[in-house]
Design a protein around this ligand. Structure first.
Ligand code: F3S
Length: 395
């Protein structure tokens, strides 16, 4: 790879051995992927910052690194294992709290921004179209590429941290036009009340890491957020195009591509496989990825229409979002709280260790369903449906 004089100097230790080590990660990654050079990034998103996912070795690594390095570009961070800056609505042990605090202290000492959200694009750190990023949160990566028209590979924890400290990333994959081309055209048959999260999960499972060009749908921005998150959880799709909707769809060459059709039956049988009935949830949780202002308003409206603005069943109801959205939308937050909804900041139903307290959880997100059921996360029994269905059945 061609390195600038400054990048070469960093590699030789001009900014200390730890930064040189991190630069070596980026150079190796670039060489492995035939990158020609390292390019500056507009921002970095670090994921996996809950103690539940990081564990002791990750915490110790981060604490050591924090003694020596500082971020060079805006670095936003994913949800933590509990509502670190909130009113303590998420039940965690003192032991877990202490371990999570160590991670948070190390991140902030490095200069990371206390966003605690998987939707950095709903904060003041929303990148402009065309920005190059080094984001690690898969739902944010697919959103940035597809909806924002920014450019990011799906980074791992080490490469994202390395980009945060050095301010650069190897130029390959989604940073180049050829890495953003679709390889399959998906025709979605018309369907009333299409649950975009289910469509995304179905596609993720079927496509693996292929980039789809979707026809037959007109999703709104929040629909694309839900669909993309599910696609990148059930598969590892890094980007999608939607005909007539997304930034780069019109530029794509489709001749000769594989084709696929998805109909209501495919989606219905996928939803059945997730589990829709047969139990009562201990917790209803929405906001995966973190709820946008539009999703909070939608929830408040449904609760008004269906429940006269008050939850009735007594089953705990969470909506997970970020502190910036809460601060900027106090009215709708107050409406939800007075309906009995717990508006949760800085964490989520998946990365908080809540499996024991809530062994059965109802979610509207196929991404949350995917992870909550996993033994390595919470091993919960999951019930799945649209927000409307969850409220009709259990709220
Ligand atoms: Fe975000 Fe948690 Fe879902 S980090 S994408 S709300 S699993």
């Amino acid at each position: 790879m061609e390195l600038t004089a400054e990048q070469e100097a960093i590699l030789q230790g001009s900014r200390g051995e730890r930064t040189a080590e991190l630069m070596r990660i980026l150079v190796s990654l670039g060489e492995l992927n035939d990158a020609r050079r390292l390019i500056p990034v507009w921002s970095v998103q670090l994921s996996g910052i809950s103690f539940k996912t990081m564990g002791v070795p990750g915490t110790e690594f981060l604490e050591d690194a924090a003694k020596e390095v500082h971020v060079a570009v805006p670095t936003t961070i994913n949800p933590a294992g509990y509502d670190v800056g909130g009113p303590g609505l998420v039940p965690v042990s003192e032991d877990f709290r202490g371990k999570q605090e160590r991670i948070v202290r190390a991140l902030l000492a490095m200069g990371a921004l206390p966003t605690f959200s998987c939707t950095p694009y709903t904060t003041e750190y929303t990148p402009p179209a065309g920005a190059h990023l080094a984001w690690a949160e898969s739902s944010a990566v697919i959103y940035s590429n597809s909806v924002l028209g920014a450019f990011s590979n799906r980074e791992g924890a080490p490469s994202a941290l390395a980009s945060a400290v050095t301010g650069v990333t190897p130029e390959y994959g989604l940073h180049l036009p050829e890495g953003r081309r679709p390889s399959v055209v998906v025709q979605v048959a018309p369907q009333e009340d299409l649950h975009f999260s289910s469509l995304g999960a179905f596609l993720g499972k079927a496509l693996g890491s292929k980039i789809p060009y979707l026809r037959g749908i007109r999703p709104e921005v929040d629909d694309m957020k839900a669909m993309g998150a599910a696609m990148s959880a059930w598969g590892s799709v890094p980007m999608f195009h939607v005909e007539g909707v997304t930034h780069e769809a019109a530029k794509q060459e489709l001749d000769g591509l594989e084709t696929m059709e998805v109909g209501p039956k495919d989606i219905a049988s996928f939803e059945e496989s997730l589990g829709r009935d047969g139990d009562t949830p201990r917790l209803i949780a929405i906001g995966c990825p973190h709820a946008t202002p539009g999703e909070l308003k939608h929830l408040a409206r449904i609760l008004r229409e269906k429940r006269g603005g008050k939850l009735r069943s007594g089953i705990e109801f969470w909506v997970c979002t970020n502190r910036r959205v809460i601060a900027d939308h106090a009215d709708v937050v107050a409406q939800l709280q007075s309906a009995g909804v717990r508006v949760i900041q800085d964490t989520c139903m998946v990365v908080a260790p809540i499996g024991e307290k809530y062994p059965v959880i109802a979610v509207n997100s196929a991404k949350a369903a995917f992870y909550a059921a996993k033994r390595s996360f919470s091993g919960q029994k999951v019930l799945f449906g649209t927000t409307e269905e969850l409220i009709d059945r259990w709220a």
